[in-house]
Design a binder for this molecule. Structure first.
Ligand code: HEC
Length: 190
């Protein structure tokens, strides 16, 4: 999962390098750079290169696809009382929500005005997320269920704020990560 972020970072670096090259070539040494005709900064191919890089960058919704997956895994880990795994998925869920806020900090709300995603995230980060974490720490299944549902309510309040009321989460019935054993007592592989 880190790969996505790493690829994106590399893409941004490459974009930066090309933009840097463009800046240098157009403002400082245009003749020299044009003669060199390096692939990093060729003004002739610049628009096409930029378009290509933009094509490579995943859409804004990408982190949220992962949030959906991790939040579902969090539920199943909690159901199996696999608390270390639940803790892992809680952290992954939180990280990806933060990434979404970073990518798309001000989507339009229902009234067309931008919505401050960071402050909505901060509310959840200081509210329900620590409560889910606490339930995991205390290994308290009942409290986990209560707080998990609150978390889903807060997911939905952000979706409504961002004019996406049709993205209504639910307690997942299926979709656990199939390659991971959720059983905390599993004995294989050693
Ligand atoms: C800070 C605001 C915010 C929070 C909190 C939030 N979301 Fe989202 N979510 C969004 C936005 C914005 C989109 C639409 C992304 C886009 O279209 O670029 C979205 C889209 C989604 C999608 C659809 C992804 C797809 O394209 O298939 C899922 C699934 C999802 N969120 C799940 C969740 C879950 C589960 C939670 C809580 C654990 C959550 N979200 C919390 C803002 C939020």
């Amino acid at each position: 999962m880190m790969n996505t972020n790493r690829i994106r970072s590399l893409q941004m670096l490459a974009l930066g390098a090309i933009l840097g090259g463009l800046f240098v070539s157009s403002w400082e040494r245009p003749a020299a750079m044009a003669q060199q005709n390096t692939p990093q900064a060729n003004p002739a191919t610049m628009p096409a290169d930029l378009a290509h890089l933009k094509d490579l960058i995943p859409p804004n919704s990408h982190p949220m696809v992962e949030v959906g997956m991790f939040a579902a895994n969090l539920w199943f880990a909690g159901q199996k009382r696999n608390w270390p795994l639940a803790n892992y998925y809680l952290n992954e869920t939180r990280n990806r929500i933060r990434w979404e806020v970073h990518l798309n900090p001000g989507p339009k709300g229902p009234d067309g005005n931008p919505v401050d995603m960071q402050s909505i995230f901060d509310g959840i980060d200081n509210g329900t997320l620590p409560k889910v974490r606490k339930a995991i720490e205390m290994k308290d299944s009942k409290e986990f269920t209560v707080q998990y549902k609150r978390l889903l309510e807060e997911c939905y309040s952000c979706h409504k704020a961002a004019a996406r009321p049709y993205l209504r989460p639910m307690v997942p019935v299926s979709g656990a990560q199939p390659i991971l054993n959720l059983d905390p007592e599993a004995a294989w592989p050693q």
